[in-house]
Design a protein around this ligand. Structure first.
Ligand code: AMP
Length: 595
């Protein structure tokens, strides 16, 4: 198939010139040491703290009264928080943490929707040098239990509803969870956010912070085992700042909207930090996706730079042009997308219908910031993730039998996407899992687990994942986590989970379930297991489809052969079956026994 034509946009009248004017030149001249001069650092050379770069330095200067966050509530509220106010509130939150005896390095978790308290807690924890860990509010109790246990949350900021439904029943298992702060009320064993902040002194001076001090813990999923907590340090703020400027082309007067939830890394790096370090106005919408509402926000708030995800773009395409009719989206200057493959027709659609192409970009939880992007001054190649950020070295590699890697120099050859360590927001550990961390590196490269190719002009093209991890609606889902929850159901003997391609969500989670001998497949049991999974995992993670199967195909060493299930599901060649355990799931299309 022929690739669609590249799109080169000319600058509109009155638009500022792109921050990255000439890609080749910028790459040649870039140095992280020089870029560091864009940040101010703590006064008196006392180190680097994300909250200072994101809030305090603006609050102390000419942008004190500039709107930092424009919060749009579900029910139509519209609240502006200025940089000066944000500094005051986050200083109080830090004071409250100090009053509770929270120490630097303690983990402060949030389980909140996109409400103003989430932003105050994140930045307040960072200025206190606690490690901030945002949890996605649509997670069910099982993903929450795993993530809070691995990181041993000492503080949790949440709502009374989320606490009662998801956390209170687990509290007895979490002796380390000392303080639960409720933003909207009180319950036994919890503290009131409002009262806590009212009584807290504002800690206006951020203590000296080593740039290598841990700052953020973001959970991500692999094929096997429990979720992994990727740990980032305060130095990452340089990456947030530089990518905000170069990859998202943020200019001082921009109104920026990132639709991602801070429960996922994009919603923190770009839904909180990058726009604030760049001193722009950040739009936060509390509500979930709604095409009409989204276009209204773009128009009414005069959003200039918009960062969203392919699933949302496909949902907008599906909604058609009716919700767009009569809208003036003329303020939009730059559109960017991340998180999953962006199909070329979505780029062409946005160019035609919104008047601007989406600029795809690539990164992942471990990289902490955008690594590859279609920059504003470059032509957009629909279907390509773009070119590496200045200061970032990428390559396509293949692993060698001796445990090293070999760089593939020829263009257009598929291999694993690798990055040369040294960018400031590289994760510094998987929490309490040094072996797993070490396995990410070989031959001086960080191996991303993604398959890609590079064309002769240096544009990267996504090919797929090198593992069984599922990307559904932009959320990375570990099959093991879903399988483990299904096994908690009394009728389930075995479970295997794959991603099944879906035209909107990219993939959906599909589970194959083998029942214990005393249970027989039936539509009722299928519904019951589906409901059970939703209750335990939450709607973002639970399988959307369940099929009964006689047994789950495994290798002779007992590993689930998800690839085989996937191949059968899609009618693809089954590949090498020599590893398959005799008997179990060896024949027939998976799901044959579905009712
Ligand atoms: P997460 O760590 O949850 O942000 O997920 C990172 C993964 O999302 C990457 O390793 C890729 O598999 C996928 N991903 C991110 N950006 C893109 C993109 N632009 N195109 C294709 N896949 C992407």
């Amino acid at each position: 198939m022929q690739a669609p034509r590249p799109i080169k946009k000319l600058r509109g009248a009155g638009e500022p010139p792109p921050n990255l004017a000439d890609y080749t030149e910028a790459r040649r001249r870039f140095s992280w040491a020089e870029a560091r001069a864009e940040l101010s650092g703590l006064p008196g050379g006392q180190g680097l703290n994300i909250a200072h770069e994101a809030v305090d330095r603006h609050a102390a200067g000419a942008r004190r009264d500039h709107v930092a966050i424009r919060w749009l509530g579900k029910d139509g509220e519209r609240v502006d928080v200025r940089y000066g106010e944000l500094a005051e509130r986050t200083a109080r939150f830090a004071g409250a943490l100090a009053g509770l005896g929270v120490r630097p390095g303690d983990r402060v978790y949030s389980l909140l929707g996109r409400t103003p308290e989430l932003y105050v807690a994140a930045l307040g924890a960072l200025r206190h040098q606690a490690i901030f860990c945002p949890l996605f509010s649509a997670f069910g109790p099982e993903p929450l239990r795993a993530r809070m246990s691995i990181g041993e949350a000492r503080v949790l900021v949440t709502t009374s509803r989320l606490y009662a439904r998801k956390v209170a029943p687990l509290r007895g298992e979490m002796p380390w969870l000392e303080h639960v702060i409720l933003v909207d009320g009180e319950a036994p064993g919890t503290l009131s956010y409002e009262r806590l902040l009212d009584g807290a002194p504002a800690v206006t001076r951020i203590p000296p912070t080593d740039p290598d001090q841990p700052a953020l813990l973001h959970f991500t999923s692999g094929t096997t085992g429990t979720p992994k907590g990727a740990l980032h340090v305060h130095a990452a703020v340089l990456m947030h700042h530089v990518t905000g400027k170069l990859a998202l082309d943020l200019h001082p007067e921009d109104v920026f909207w990132c639709t991602a939830d801070p429960g996922w890394v994009t919603g923190t790096s770009y839904g909180i930090l990058a726009p604030l370090t760049n001193g722009v106005t950040l739009v936060v919408d509390e509500a979930d996706f709604d095409a009409e509402r989204w276009y209204e926000i773009l128009e009414r708030e005069r959003v200039t730079v918009w960062y969203t995800a392919p699933t949302a773009i496909r949902m907008l395409m599906k909604a058609g042009e009716a919700p767009l009719r009569g809208r003036d989206l003329g303020a939009l200057r730059f559109l960017a997308s991340v998180g999953e493959p962006l199909n070329p027709d979505a780029v062409l659609w946005s160019d035609e219908v919104l008047g601007r192409p989406f600029h795809d970009g690539w990164w992942q939880t471990e990289t902490g910031g955008i690594m590859i992007a279609n920059f504003a001054s470059m032509e957009v190649r629909p279907g390509s993730m773009g070119r590496p950020l200045p200061g970032v070295d990428a390559a396509i590699v293949r692993r060698t039998p001796d445990g090293g890697v070999e760089v593939i120099e020829q263009p257009d050859v598929e291999g694993e996407l690798a990055l040369r360590p040294g960018w400031p927001s590289m994760f510094r550990a998987y929490w309490n899992n040094p072996e797993r961390y070490a396995r990410c590196f070989a031959g001086g490269w960080y191996l991303t687990g993604d398959l890609a190719r590079r064309d002769e002009d240096g544009y990267y093209w996504f090919v797929g994942r090198d593992d069984d991890v599922i990307k559904s609606a932009g959320h990375l889902i570990g099959p093991f986590e879903v399988e483990s929850a299904l096994l908690l159901h009394p009728a389930v003997a075995e479970a295997a989970v794959i991603g099944r391609p879906d035209p909107i969500a990219g993939e959906i989670v599909k589970a194959f379930v083998a029942l214990k001998p005393e249970h027989a497949p039936s539509p009722d049991l299928e519904r019951e297991i589906a409901g059970f999974a939703r209750k335990h995992l939450g709607p973002a993670v639970a399988p959307r489809e369940i099929a009964f199967t006689g047994s789950v195909p495994r290798t002779r060493s007992g590993k689930i052969m998800r690839r085989l299930l996937r191949a059968r599901e899609l009618g693809l060649p089954e590949g090498d079956l020599s590893m398959l355990e005799a008997g179990a799931g060896a024949t027939g299309k998976a799901g044959d026994e579905a009712p």
